[in-house]
Design a protein around this ligand. Structure first.
Ligand code: UFG
Length: 331
């Protein structure tokens, strides 16, 4: 019996596949390679290229393979793009998940772990954020993820399917082997953009706003290593396989770092001066996002092991300096 990883050629998906295979699990990947990379597909996994919006495609995977449960990463995830092209997000994230759920129900596959996000909360009322806190997304990406959570809830009530939603905070870092890492095009995330400076691809890093109500005026985020996120998916799938009920978990380290602190840590890791320039605030950025992950620790037994910020940046640097263009030259 295998675990089907949708979006297993993407950043967090590929790291989860590596951990599943290390744990001796059988893995089937489906990915349309729109933002994922064939080179990120683990050689020990079965791979199907196709789109979850294509009912015939997803049906055929369930018919050919013996699937125990699904881990669902297949979605668009750029906050800025979701604001300029919201219907793309409704189409891929919501319509894709609808087709997937129809196919799962038809094939009696009743367990799913899926990628949600801190963006479901919007501007938090307090930090650390609890799963029970108010959800009011400030961008369309977060809105579609929150709607996906609700789609799972109602489908669960009607058809008995069980789900775990994992709300990631700031995913970062790369596999310690250096074989896979973060490769987005366009890149919008802070750590890979900072590392483009010592890699000779960018002259300076822009800091989006230094007038926030934080200790140095820059935004605070909870940076969580991608391999720690990957482990949480395995624990969540095991929880469902053991009969666990529907649940939602935050995944973060519970510690916040400012943008300036992250740049300083990258200077220490790379030995490069990494010039910085002040820039205006980026629309929709909350001042602080810090997770309470006590629930994941207590119920799933999750324990982040790559929590140290410099270590996280070291793993990212090891990847980016050896793969300055990511997986491929062109995209
Ligand atoms: N930042 C800069 N300069 C840059 C890039 C980012 O100062 O060149 C700042 C941002 O303003 C933000 C922080 O660095 O304060 C982190 O930005 P990222 O883009 O790396 O990450 P976000 O916090 O915006 O996004 C993350 C996830 C999203 C999720 C969001 C929830 O990547 O998927 O948290 O708000 F939706």
């Amino acid at each position: 019996m295998a675990i089907l990883v949708l979006g297993g050629a993407g950043y967090i998906g590929s790291h989860t596949v590596y951990e599943l295979i290390d744990a001796g699990r059988e893995v089937v990947i489906a990915d349309n390679l729109e933002t994922g990379y064939r080179e990120a597909v683990h050689p020990a996994a079965a791979f199907y290229e196709g789109d979850i919006r294509d009912r015939a495609f997803i049906d055929s995977v369930f018919e050919k393979e013996s699937i125990d449960g699904v881990i669902h990463f297949a979605a668009n995830s750029l906050v800025g793009e979701s604001m300029t092209n919201p219907l793309k997000y409704y189409d891929n994230n919501l319509c894709g998940t609808k087709v997937l759920l129809e196919s799962m129900v038809a094939h009696h596959i009743d367990k799913i772990v899926f990628s949600s996000t801190a963006a479901t909360y919007g501007e938090p009322e307090r930090v650390p954020i609890l799963e029970t806190d108010h959800t009011d997304p400030t961008n369309c990406y977060g809105e579609t993820k929150l709607s996906m959570e609700k789609m799972f809830k109602w489908t669960s009530q009607a058809h008995g399917l069980r789900f775990v939603s994992l709300r990631y905070f700031n995913a970062c870092g790369a596999h310690v082997s250096g074989k896979i890492g973060e490769a987005h095009n366009p890149e919008t995330h802070l750590i890979p953009l900072i590392l483009q400076v010592p890699n000779g691809q960018r002259e300076y890093i822009s800091i989006f706003g230094d007038d926030y109500d934080t200790k140095d005026g820059t935004c605070i985020r909870d940076y969580i290593h991608v391999t720690d996120l990957a482990q949480a998916h395995i624990l969540a799938m095991d929880y469902l396989l053991e009969g666990g009920e529907n649940n939602i978990f935050n995944l973060g380290n519970g510690v916040g770092f400012t943008v300036k602190q992250v740049i300083d840590a990258a200077r220490a890791v790379t030995g490069h001066s990494i010039p910085e320039k002040m820039a205006p605030r980026r629309a929709g950025d909350p001042a602080q996002l810090i997770a309470s992950s006590d629930k994941a620790k207590n119920i799933l037994g999750w324990k982040p092991v790559h929590a140290d910020l410099k270590h996280i940046i070291e793993t990212a640097w090891n990847w980016h300096k050896n793969h300055p263009q990511g997986f491929t030259e062109e995209r």
